[in-house]
Design a protein around this ligand. Structure first.
Ligand SMILES: *Cc1c(COP(=O)(O)O)cnc(C)c1O
Length: 415
């Protein structure tokens, strides 16, 4: 690493020192400092270029600093940024019409982070459970799956099965039940016994943080039908899987289901601002009345303009189709690598994972560090799994170049 600074005025070494000295240690980043991003690439302060194969956990589906989105941001930032919801503004309604038509829903409730949108869906489900389904006071249950990741608030980690997410954060929110993932009969059994008190089943169509766990074909549809039978809301957390990432606009569309509630975040703004949203029907959404839920920034004009532009990019650049086509190439090429280190390749669209066989003390983390040195950044999820999720705008030529880097690193482990 040369000490010549190309981007910004802080070296990689100094950036790491500053974060470690003054910032909470709630993350364990790979040792790379990013100073600039464009499309599928990022650069460190010293000017070295990398393929970005994390895309900020799929928030950057449209690529870094997409000019169309950034232009929308700049123009709106000069005009109006925040009004709060104490007043109407001239951008919110236009965005609400756009996003509901875009995904085929009647109404939207805009928030900021993914976790806030999940919380919103939990509150909305409970509310619906009381006022529409007739669940007795304070009895409403929400069913989640083992291995889930839905965010970091107290209520959300109350549904987590990951000890790192929970330890010493209790007491937890009651009314949360857990069942195994990818097991529709477990849901059926639970609802057969307790369905009267269950407001919603909240599920990731693919468990991203768990290591891109793709459930069996038909699982989601079966769960959806079981929910219908028991008058339970089917809620899809599409914060990571939504917005073209898996080769469909929503991963739920792979099984032709229309969830009662859809939770979106991450790529809804192309990684430009924290924007999230909950989509649902009028019947469900209208159970929340003025003053009963909200956020100062939720639906702020700047976010509305940026999110609309970000969704237009998805549509106009046909990123759904690209994700599907390039994802197939990626998985095929990974499967072709002849190495005992690769245990399994799985995924959908451009949300994929390679499971690494640990050997001679080399684990997924070490592979990621070697890939970083070779010019490609990705992050392990759990000890043996590497998620590969490049921006959907990556060109086919660049994808093949990235595949070469991954191949060389993996084959190099045993060379
Ligand atoms: C990232 C993520 C969240 C949380 O989003 P934040 O913006 O980090 O709060 C929720 N659900 C899923 C599936 C996610 O991947």
């Amino acid at each position: 690493m040369s000490d010549n600074l190309i981007y910004g005025n802080v070296s990689s070494k100094e950036a790491v020192r500053l974060e470690e000295t003054y910032g909470a240690h709630n993350y364990h980043p790979l040792p790379i400092v990013i100073a600039k991003g464009e499309g599928a690439f990022v650069w460190d302060p010293e000017g070295k270029k990398y393929f970005d194969f994390l895309s900020a956990y799929s928030a950057i589906n449209q690529g870094h600093c997409h000019p169309y989105i950034i232009n929308a941001l700049i123009e709106q930032a000069k005009t109006l940024t925040l009004t709060s919801r104490a007043f109407f503004n001239n951008k919110l309604g236009d965005f609400e019409k756009f996003i509901t038509e875009f995904f085929g829903y009647e109404m939207v409730l805009p928030m900021n982070t993914g976790a806030e949108a999940v919380e919103t869906a939990m509150k909305l489900s409970r509310r619906w459970g009381y006022v529409k389904k007739g669940i007795p006071d304070n009895k409403a249950k929400l069913v989640f799956c083992n291995g889930n990741f839905h965010g970091r608030t107290i209520s959300i980690v109350s549904a987590s099965t990951d000890p790192d997410c929970r330890k010493n954060f209790g007491p937890f929110t009651p009314g949360i039940e857990l069942i195994p993932y990818n097991d529709a009969s477990a849901l059926e059994k639970y609802l057969d016994e307790n369905g009267d008190e269950v407001a919603a089943f909240i599920v990731e169509p693919i468990q991203g943080e768990a290591g891109v766990l793709v459930p069996d074909e038909g699982y989601l549809k079966e769960c959806y039908n079981i929910c219908k039978k028991h008058n339970v809301l089917f809620v899809a957390d599409e914060v990571q899987t939504g917005i073209a990432r898996t080769g469909k606009m929503l991963a739920s569309f792979w099984e032709d289901i229309k969830p009662d509630i859809v939770i979106l975040g991450k790529a809804i703004s192309g990684g430009v601002l924290p924007v999230s949203a909950v989509l649902s029907s009028k019947e469900i959404m209208m159970t929340i009345k003025p003053g009963e839920h909200g956020s100062t920034f939720g639906g702020f004009p700047l976010a509305c303009v940026v999110a609309k532009a970000a969704l237009e990019v998805i549509r106009d650049e046909k990123l759904t189709e690209r994700a599907e086509e390039l994802g197939k190439i990626f998985r095929d090429e990974m499967k072709k690598i002849d190495s005992p280190r690769i245990k399994l390749v799985r995924g959908k669209g451009l949300l994929n994972a390679v499971i690494i066989e640990p050997k001679d003390g080399i684990e997924a983390w070490d592979v990621c560090v070697k890939m970083k040195d070779a010019g490609l950044i990705a992050k392990p999820t759990h000890q043996h799994i590497i998620r590969f999720a490049p921006p959907l705008v990556i060109s086919k030529e660049d994808l093949y170049k990235a595949i070469e880097i991954i191949k060389d690193v993996i084959l190099g482990l045993d060379a």
